[in-house]
Design a protein around this ligand. Structure first.
Ligand SMILES: C[S@@+](CC[C@H](N)C(=O)[O-])C[C@H]1O[C@@H](n2cnc3c(N)ncnc32)[C@H](O)[C@@H]1O
Length: 299
């Protein structure tokens, strides 16, 4: 696999954020789903956890792994591994390896996996997805839910190049994330909200969808498809104000509001700003992007 520049400062910021705010995620999801949800018509939009798990199902379905027995699936930027455990519970023959740069997530996530009795099929490791161990270089599939955004650049080239390097020929991928819809400068106010939101979430910038798909083509991926699922995600985003309010009231009752750690405050501010950006439809979309590496010898 090619070596990519690892930005240590980015890691320090990401780790500080996810370690400080880690436990607060239980306000959003008792099982540590650290992403937005997917609303399927007929589902109950008040059941946030069901929508969060539905996002994992939507991502897994797009990997189209039915024809592969015992697939090795990589969870790039795995958080506490909740997505992998959910998928492993539904797909009994698949093996999952999750990578995160946040040591606390590995430690706690592997404990949760053991408690769920899934330790023979789900393993979380402390690793940068730009620099995965060689033994993971022939995965059948890889996915990244709200984690590819942490790579640098609007085209996320390093992430895509590393993804290509880690999949075997014929391997599939799915990336679920918030994307900018174009490279045009944002209106001033929206730009301020955008920059503050990225900063609070400890990321440099979101990917721009056309640059992202161009990087995928340049890396050699085929059958690239972009599903704009912004409207399916919206019902889960609508849970943000209530979740933030619950959290703030609890913190106030514990008398911790004034001394709340910067990262923990950011963890409340970021989703609220994210919700506002989500309303700026000409500028932002939530998409699942999928594709495949060609079989060896294929044109
Ligand atoms: C918003 S969380 C999403 C977690 C998980 N995918 C989920 O949906 O529950 C982002 C994750 O990306 C991880 N991450 C960020 N940059 C990374 C990198 N370069 N390599 C591996 N993991 C990374 C963070 O540590 C964190 O676990």
């Amino acid at each position: 696999m090619k070596a990519h520049v690892v930005h240590q400062q980015d890691h320090e910021k990401i780790i500080a954020y996810f370690e400080a705010a880690g436990l607060d995620y239980t306000e959003w999801s008792a099982t540590f789903n650290m992403h937005f949800g997917y609303y399927r018509p007929g589902a109950n939009p008040f059941h946030l956890e069901d929508m969060l798990n539905a996002m994992s199902d939507e991502v897994y379905e797009r990997l189209a792994l039915d024809d592969i027995s015992e697939p090795l699936v990589l969870d790039l930027g795995c958080g506490l591994g909740t997505v992998s455990r959910h998928m492993a519970g539904r797909h009994a023959d698949a093996q999952f390896v999750g990578a995160t740069v946040t040591p606390w997530q590995v430690e706690e996530g592997n404990k949760l996996t053991e408690a769920a009795g899934l330790e023979d099929r789900v393993l979380l490791m402390e690793a940068d997805y730009l620099d995965l161990p060689c033994r993971l270089e022939s995965a059948d599939a890889a996915f990244a839910i709200e984690s590819a955004c942490y790579a640098r650049g609007k085209d996320k080239w390093d992430f895509i190049d590393a993804l290509h390097g880690t999949l075997k020929p014929g391997g599939r991928f799915a990336v679920a994330d918030c994307f900018r819809r174009n490279t045009r400068p944002l209106p001033r106010l929206i730009d301020r909200v955008y920059r503050r939101c990225c900063d609070c979430w400890a990321l440099q910038e979101m990917a721009e969808i056309n640059l992202f798909t161009r990087s995928l083509e340049r890396a050699g991926f085929v059958d690239i498809r972009v599903d704009d699922i912004s409207w399916n995600v919206a019902p889960s985003v609508a849970h943000v104000p209530w979740t933030a309010l619950k959290f703030i009231v609890k913190v106030m009752l514990r008398g911790e509001l004034k001394t709340l750690h910067r990262e923990r405050r950011n963890n409340v501010i970021a989703p609220v700003l994210g919700m506002l950006l989500g309303m700026c439809r000409p500028h932002f979309s939530y998409c699942i992007v999928r594709g495949r590496k060609p079989e060896e010898g294929a044109l």
